[in-house]
Design a protein around this ligand. Structure first.
Ligand code: DX5
Ligand code: ZN
Length: 230
């Protein structure tokens, strides 16, 4: 997984058919997505439960590209090895998930994955100032985590700008998660984001038997985003 700053569309399978993850992952990749975003929720850190490492391992053979695993769980550290063994390329944990997130980032890299740090909408950019040399990705939550289909929180655009400047020349991706669609995508790429997670905006109206809609939805987000990406 080499580093580059072009815009990447990462559909969240939270909006896919849960009975058909393998075929859904194959369909979105065939339809032109860049990464596959996998939302893990524990019913404790966030008020919803999805699935764990064994589901990630089951879908891994159906993803050719980057499997981007977003952990909305606390604690994180006891599960890092399992998600790495499941084949995650990127493992992202929340800065709010525990007191020793610095150690968590070291542990993710030690397990051979890229390390991501996510910030909830109420958390300032400064919270991760001392982590920037330890991470490969910063995920700015533009909704409160837990559910797909929520409204984009515009105040986070300024946070993206601040993080872009704090990151400077480091090879660190800025990922946006929540409420990304063709209207909000250009706002965040203009502010410095390069990875756009989109659940409902990619999967709406399509299915594995009607996958062209996924392609149209992915292209609509990409074209809107790239139009202003410098
Ligand atoms: C929210 C998840 C997101 C979510 C995005 O907790 O982390 O990945 O699925 O969904 P949309 O794009 O529908 O806001
Ligand atoms: Zn996510």
């Amino acid at each position: 997984m080499s580093f580059e700053r072009s815009v990447k569309i990462a559909p969240s399978i939270l909006s896919a058919d849960f009975a058909n993850f393998g075929a859904e992952c194959e369909a979105i990749e065939t339809q032109g997505c860049d990464w596959v975003h996998v939302d893990v929720m524990d019913g404790h850190f966030v008020p919803n439960i999805t699935f764990g490492p064994s589901t990630c391992a089951a879908i891994r053979p159906h993803i050719k590209g980057v499997m981007d695993v977003h952990l909305m769980i606390a604690p994180v550290d006891p599960y890092i090895e399992a998600f790495a063994k499941a084949g995650a390329d990127v493992i992202t944990a929340h800065v709010e998930a525990g007191p020793h997130v610095h150690r968590t980032m070291q542990a993710i890299r030690a397990n051979g994955a890229k390390a991501g740090i996510a910030l909830n909408p109420g958390t300032p950019a400064s919270a991760i100032e001392y982590l920037l040399d330890l991470v490969d990705l910063v995920c700015v939550m533009t909704v409160n985590p837990g559910f797909g289909g929520q409204k984009f929180i515009h105040s986070q655009i300024e946070k993206v700008r601040q993080l872009k400047s704090m990151i400077g020349g480091r090879p660190v991706h800025i990922e946006i998660d929540g409420g990304v669609d063709p209207t909000t995508a250009p706002l965040v790429t203009q502010a410095g984001a390069d990875v756009l997670v989109a659940g409902s905006a990619v999967f709406k109206g399509g299915s594995v038997s009607n996958p062209d809609v996924y392609g149209q939805n992915i292209r609509a987000i990409r074209e809107a985003a790239v139009g202003v990406y410098a």
